[in-house]
Design a protein around this ligand. Structure first.
Ligand SMILES: Nc1ncnc2c1ncn2[C@@H]1O[C@H](COP(=O)(O)OP(=O)(O)OP(=O)(O)O)[C@@H](O)[C@H]1O
Ligand SMILES: [Mg+2]
Length: 374
C-alpha cells in the first residue's frame, strides 16, 4: 500500500480536507467578479485551495473562464506573458472550434504577436522573445483581461499565485493590474501569496498599489476536528490503524502548518509495522529531522552567532520575554533592540513566526534538530 499522506506539493483529491468556509467564500466571489487576495504563512494550503476552487469552477455550468499562473515560476516577464496567453487560449469561447482555424482567430485578437509552436499532441504553445519590451508585456496583460472580460455569461477569473513575486517582472505591474481590474469589473482577480510583508506592501497597506481592490481571505490552520478523522481514516485504508491519541500526538508535535502535519504523518506511517502508535510518531519525527539535517546545518551557517543563539533559545521553548535585557544577556546580545533586530532578520524568511503572541521556530523539524544539537 502506498503511503496515504502527502506533503511538499498541493493537496488534491482525497488528500484535500476541510476549508469548506474558505472555499465557499472564494468561489462565490470568483463567480461574482469580486477580487480576492488569499494570504497565509508558507505551506498553509493556498495553492491547494486555489486548485480545488478552479476544479469546481471548471465542473460548473456554464464552465467558468479561468486563466491561472504562478508568478514566481515565471523566469521573466516574457514567460509570464506567454503563460497568460496560453491560459487565454484555453478559455471557453476564446476561439472557434477546429484547431488551426481557431488558432489564427485567437492570435488575431492579440495586439502583440506571440510565437507559436506545437507540442507532441499538436497543442499550440505560445512564447514571446526574452527581450519583450515592458510596454508590449503590458499590452499582452491587457489583452488577456479583455479576453476574460469578453467571455459572456460565465464567471471570468484571473488567478495569480505567488503574487508577491510580481514586482520582479516590473515595479509598475501592480498598478497596471489595478487599472485593468477597474476596467473589467466582472473579471475576478485572485491573488495569493505568502511573505506577509511583501503582500502587505502590495495589497493590504494603505497606499499599496492594490489597496482596497480585493477581499482579503486569510488561511489559518486546519482544525484538529478535520485532521483527526483524516489521519485515522487514511491510515486505516492503507492497512495500518492509527488511533485518536496518536493523531493528537502528530498534531501536537507538528504544530499548525498543514504541510508539517502531513510530513510527520508520512514519516510515522513509513516507520510503522502493522499500526501507527505514539512510538512510531516519535521515530517518524527523528527520521524527518535526520533527512533534513544537512539542510538545517547549512541553513544555520548563514545566521549570525546572535541570531543562532536566539533561534536555539526559541527552540528550547524556555524563552518567554525575549525583548528584555535579561534575555539579551542570556543570548549574548547587547540589549532588547539587538534581540529585535535578530528576530526581524529571522522572521524575514519565516524561520521564526509569531503564534499566540509568542515567537517560535516556524519549522517543527528544525526546532527539534536545534534541541538535539543544544
Ligand atoms: N486542505 C488541505 N488538506 C490537507 N492537507 C493540506 C491542505 N492544504 C495544504 N495541505 C498540506 O500542506 C502542503 C502545502 O500545501 P500548498 O502547497 O497548497 O500550500 P501553500 O500555502 O500554497 O504553500 P507555499 O506558501 O509554499 O506556496 C500540502 O502538500 C499538504 O501536505
Ligand atoms: Mg503555493
Amino acid at each position: 500500500m502506498p503511503n496515504p499522506y502527502h506533503y511538499g506539493a498541493p493537496a488534491t483529491g482525497a488528500q484535500f480536507i476541510g476549508r469548506r468556509g474558505e472555499l465557499e467564500a472564494l468561489l462565490s466571489r470568483m463567480r461574482a467578479g469580486v477580487n480576492v487576495v488569499v494570504m497565509s504563512p508558507r505551506r498553509y494550503g493556498k495553492t491547494s485551495l486555489l486548485l480545488r476552487a478552479e476544479e469546481l469552477l471548471a465542473a460548473g455550468r456554464p464552465r467558468a473562464a479561468v486563466v491561472s499562473t504562478n508568478v514566481f515560476l515565471c523566469r521573466d516577464v516574457a514567460t509570464l506573458a506567454a503563460r497568460l496567453v496560453s491560459g487565454a487560449y484555453r478559455l471557453p469561447g476564446a476561439r472557434r472550434a477546429g484547431a488551426r482555424h481557431g488558432l489564427a482567430d485567437f492570435v488575431r485578437q492579440l495586439q502583440v504577436r506571440p510565437t507559436v509552436d506545437f507540442d507532441d499532441a499538436g497543442r499550440p504553445r505560445f512564447g514571446f522573445s526574452a527581450g519583450l519590451a515592458p510596454a508590449d508585456a503590458d499590452t499582452v496583460v491587457a489583452d488577456v483581461f479583455a479576453l476574460l472580460g469578453a467571455v459572456g455569461d460565465r464567471p471570468a477569473v484571473l488567478v495569480l499565485d505567488e503574487f508577491q513575486a510580481i514586482t520582479r517582472h516590473g515595479e509598475h505591474l501592480p498598478f497596471l493590474l489595478k487599472a485593468l481590474s477597474d476596467q473589467h469589473p466582472m473579471v475576478s482577480v485572485v491573488l495569493a501569496g505568502s511573505q506577509h510583508h511583501l503582500m502587505s506592501k502590495l495589497v493590504v497597506d494603505e497606499g499599496a498599489p492594490l489597496y482596497g481592490m480585493a477581499q482579503r481571505l486569510a488561511l489559518g490552520p486546519i482544525p484538529d476536528a478535520e485532521w483527526v478523522p483524516y489521519l485515522s481514516e487514511q491510515a486505516r485504508r492503507a492497512g495500518k490503524p492509527l488511533d485518536r491519541d496518536t493523531a493528537s500526538l502528530i498534531l501536537e508535535l507538528a504544530g499548525p502548518v498543514p504541510n508539517d502535519v502531513q510530513h510527520l504523518a508520512f514519516e510515522a506511517f513509513e516507520v510503522a509495522g502493522s499500526r501507527v502508535s505514539p512510538a512510531e510518531v516519535e521515530a517518524g519525527m527523528r527520521r524527518a529531522v535526520d533527512h533534513d539535517s544537512n539542510l538545517f546545518a547549512e541553513r544555520v551557517t548563514r545566521l549570525s552567532p546572535g541570531q543562532l543563539r536566539v533561534l536555539v533559545a526559541l527552540a528550547s521553548g524556555r524563552a518567554e520575554h525575549i525583548f528584555t535585557a535579561a534575555f539579551a544577556r542570556q543570548v549574548g546580545l547587547a540589549g532588547g533592540q539587538s534581540v529585535k533586530k535578530a528576530i526581524d532578520a529571522l522572521a524575514d524568511d519565516e524561520t521564526v513566526v509569531q503564534r499566540d503572541r509568542r515567537w517560535r521556530v516556524g519549522d517543527p523539524f528544525l526546532a527539534s534538530w536545534l534541541r538535539r544539537a543544544d
